[in-house]
Design a protein around this ligand. Structure first.
Ligand code: SF4
Length: 698
């Protein structure tokens, strides 16, 4: 059997996989030794992808109101319902909620349909929960959403700082690359996380920061850089605005306040600051602990400020590096999959950008302002603003904050369609129409990983029963709505080549995306396409951004931002005295619709749990491995107590994966409020006020 070179379905590392179907129907999975993201490595999730491919629980036929139907009826009904809502209530009465699991081609046509033809920007994505704060931080500092680093920088760094990232569990192959660098060149690793994780165990230093203390910590670092005479004055003079304001704001926090805000001792702060200052080649990796916060964008800019002040950006082995959670969060950003962006890194508020995009698509109308971001979108469902909703490839009734309210909001919408591969999820049960999509292993397209590398995902299994590719479903509905000409794509390569041609608009507007060399790609070339990193250069040995000190702002200079720490970072109250931190476990993924199918992966963690500090457990008479009731003003969840000093006193950690299909009170995001960063709209999934108590089943 011939192996098919494809890309892992899970995280933003974007590992290359060779999938080989076997005569007995199983599929052999190996790491692709030639893929530059992983060079043959795979983690447990990637290795066990073959166990997730059965069609047992699949959605295999279109369904209307719970009854099996056919594609013509389902897409006709969808077109009619969306057109009626638009005619009676305007284009902003409809919405799409999509996913960083979609391929770029799917994402592109969904965005084109909503923004270019329906004329609303009400398309948002579960990537809003993942990296929207990084997008804001990049745009504020660099003028575009440009990630400056590559994975090779990790192998050329002397110090790697991991902030709010359990890389060992959430991006395991990247962590393996860092550990290999540590072995061969003695790279130092510092991990900053309120919780002691597997990543902390393998670091040289773990700073158990107080939840919410990151802006203060990095402002303190900026102060220390200045005090040590470690700024790069020439670089600042030539390439950076805002230094004086940023340092002046950083100076407002005294050492006592800094220790109070971060929960770190003077010695810990000195050790971290000295290491950062002394090692010129430093990469600061950050992930959801930074992004999923009410001040996530400011945290991002506080980190970037330190790199700009020292000129440690755009050079080998150094820079701020946001690692994306999902396999195609980056691809979604490229094609404008967030409600406040246009495709090709163009800006929805910019009239000129709107005009050139409308022109390129020959689109009748383009929205003049940003659409609803994820939390607002579901609030719009609850309020009755949204009359027709299409959820594609995601499970918001589990993953959104205030998940109970979100489920009720979806129920409140007049017409709901859900495209999925799974028949029964917490979200599909709320739909009027279900559209069966193809899954990993059956579909073709591209994804872009955290280092801007575009890789092909290639199908190696036939599409089962009546399933269709997401891009086909979207194009079918668009055609039924009267826009068949603009959506007459026959293959994913048709879409990719249109998308690549569109990036000329970005290049002409002085932005960073330029894939135009792929604009004429045909099916054969697309099929053979090797992983390619943008910026696309003939010599892929150096695909670095900002090497010449030029940025994408109007004066080509980067911006340091004056960002102040929150004066009161605490979220707790007398009634809800614990801070809940949510996150992933090593071997499960999102709402487990794929990973739970693997018996091997399920041996790692069998049930949802709460990490509780021993002092707190003792005070509340919570016994090891007993059940605890965890409550917030928004819901209640029953979890197994895992008593451990890996969490701080007053903190609870619980994984996000389990759903109500596993147990009626297992969805952790039912507890989380929908408080968002005001700039990015990203919800604070890392800090919710809760109370806990022993639970006795009756
Ligand atoms: Fe897949 Fe991420 Fe594991 Fe790589 S690190 S195999 S992309 S889950």
């Amino acid at each position: 059997m011939t192996g098919v070179r494809t890309t892992c379905a899970y995280c933003g590392v974007g590992c290359g996989v060779i999938a080989t179907p076997q005569p007995d129907g199983s599929v052999d999975i190996k790491g692709d030794p030639n893929h530059p993201a992983n060079y043959g490595r795979l983690c447990a999730k990637g290795t066990n992808l073959g166990e997730t491919l059965s069609t047992e629980d699949r959605l295999l036929h279109p369904m209307i109101n719970g009854v099996q139907s056919d594609w013509d009826s389902a897409t006709s009904l969808m077109a009619e319902k969306f057109q009626t809502a638009i005619r009676e209530h305007g284009p902003d009465s409809v919405a799409f909620y999509v996913s960083g699991q979609l391929l770029t081609e799917d994402y592109y046509v969904a965005n084109k349909l909503m923004k270019g033809f329906i004329g609303s920007a009400n398309i948002d994505t579960n990537s809003r929960l993942c990296m929207a704060s990084s997008v804001v931080g990049h745009k504020r500092a660099f003028g575009t959403d440009t990630v400056p680093c590559t994975y090779e920088d990790l192998e050329n760094a002397d110090l790697i700082v991991l902030v709010g990232s359990n890389l060992a569990w959430c991006h395991p192959v990247l962590h393996q690359r860092i550990l290999a660098a540590k072995e061969t060149r003695g790279t130092q690793i510092i991990n900053i996380d309120p919780r002691r994780t597997a990543t902390s165990d393998l670091a040289d230093m773990h700073l158990g920061i107080k939840s919410g203390g990151d802006v203060a910590l990095f402002n303190g670092l900026l102060n220390a850089i200045v005090d040590a005479g470690a700024i790069d004055q020439d670089y600042i003079d030539q390439h950076v605005n805002g230094f004086d304001a940023a340092i002046s704001t950083a100076r407002e926090t005294s050492l006592d306040q800094l220790m109070n805000l971060t929960g770190l001792s003077g010695d810990e702060l000195t050790a971290f600051y000295s290491a950062w200052i002394e090692n010129k080649r430093v990469v600061t990796i950050y992930s959801q602990g930074v992004n999923q916060a009410r001040d996530g964008s400011d945290k991002v800019n506080a980190i970037i400020n330190c790199h700009l002040a020292t000129g440690r950006i755009g050079r080998i082995g150094m820079g701020p590096f946001s690692i994306t959670g999902q396999p195609n969060a980056m691809g979604g950003r490229e094609v404008g999959g967030l409600s406040n962006m246009l495709a090709a890194h163009l800006d929805i508020e910019n009239e000129n950008h709107r005009e050139i995009v409308a022109d390129f698509w020959n689109a009748p109308t383009l929205p003049t302002q940003a659409g609803l971001k994820a939390v607002d979108l579901f609030d719009g469902c609850a309020s009755g603003q949204i009359k027709a909703l299409w959820i594609i490839c995601t499970n918001p009734a589990v993953s959104m904050p205030r998940a109970n309210d979100v489920a009720a909001a979806i129920k409140n919408v007049d017409f709901v369609a859900v495209s999925d591969i799974i028949a029964k999820t917490d979200t599909t049960v709320l739909a009027d129409v279900l559209l069966p999509a193809t899954g990993w292993g059956e579909k073709d397209g591209t994804v872009t990983n955290s280092e801007r590398r575009i890789s092909r995902q290639r199908g190696f299994l036939p599409a089962p029963a009546d399933t269709k590719h997401d891009w086909q479903i979207i194009c079918d509905v668009a055609a039924k709505m009267g826009w068949g000409n603009a959506f007459a794509f026959k293959t994913p390569s048709d879409i990719f080549s249109e998308w690549a041609a569109m990036t000329k608009l970005s290049r002409d507007a002085g932005k960073d995306l330029d894939l135009t060399s792929y604009a004429m790609i045909n099916d054969v070339e697309y099929d053979a396409m090797e992983p390619i990193q943008w910026p696309i250069k003939s010599d892929q040995s150096d695909t670095r951004f900002f090497a010449n000190g030029g940025f994408y702002t109007s004066d080509a200079r980067a911006n340091m931002l004056a960002v102040a720490p929150q004066s009161n970072a605490s979220v707790t109250s007398i009634e809800y005295p614990f801070t809940l931190n949510t996150g992933r476990v090593r071997d499960h993924w999102h709402t487990m619709t794929r990973s739970a199918k693997s018996p091997t992966l399920s041996t790692h963690m069998g049930e949802p749990y709460a990490e509780i500090h021993p002092d707190d457990a003792r005070a509340l008479n919570i016994k090891p491995a007993s059940l605890v009731m965890t409550e917030s003003p928004h819901g209640s969840v029953i979890l197994r107590a895992l008593i451990t000093d890996r969490v701080q006193r007053g903190q609870i950690f619980a994984p996000l994966h389990w759903t109500s299909l596993w147990a009626s009170r297992a969805r952790i995001d039912t507890l989380v409020p929908s408080l968002c960063d005001p700039h990015s709209g990203q919800p604070e999934l890392k800090r919710a006020a809760v109370k806990i108590s022993p639970y006795a089943a009756h």
